[in-house]
Design a protein around this ligand. Sequence first.
Ligand SMILES: Nc1ncnc2c1ncn2[C@@H]1O[C@H](COP(=O)(O)OP(=O)(O)O)[C@@H](O)[C@H]1O
Ligand SMILES: [Mg+2]
Length: 164
Amino acid sequence: MSSIRTESRAPLIRMRGIEKHFGAVIALAGVSIDIFPGECHCLLGDNGAGKSTFIKTMSGVHKPTSGAILFEGEPMQFDDPRDAIKAGIATVYQDLAMIPLMSVSRNFFMGNEPIRKFGPLKLFDHEYANRITMQEMGAMGISLRGPNQAVGTLSGGERQTVAK
Ligand SMILES: Nc1ncnc2c1ncn2[C@@H]1O[C@H](COP(=O)(O)OP(=O)(O)O)[C@@H](O)[C@H]1O
Ligand SMILES: [Mg+2]
């Protein structure tokens, strides 16, 4: 990995001395890592080692007990995962957090629904959501039967693409 680094490149994410305590349980006891653009990392460890806690701390689910998170050199304090997503850090969870009976386009925009105003009413903008979903899924190499296809009918890999 060091071979692709050049001196001029700055880390995208720096985690410095991250500690996370849950009461008496010390889940993370000072973790530091620098992540450079274009790198792909693997986090390995025994059950209970703190992998999930570390990822959740990086993506705004947990606040570190101490330590610093820097994104593009700026210290970050995420109040919740939405803050982290705004900064460009998101987690694709194993359980995918999707609703199988809802359409691909509803799942694609879950939590970030496009709105169309109709007088005093705010409506889900189906036309926009369907168009963007088909376009973006197509760009990732998934050809859907249609935007209304239920997520439950997709394969695991295809679902993961929706979650991204
Ligand atoms: N919300 C929590 N409250 C209390 N203890 C927790 C919580 N989350 C994780 N832990 C504890 O922190 C440690 C690390 O857990 P975790 O990050 O889930 O490990 P891993 O993902 O590597 O299996 C474990 O001892 C676990 O019991
Ligand atoms: Mg885990």
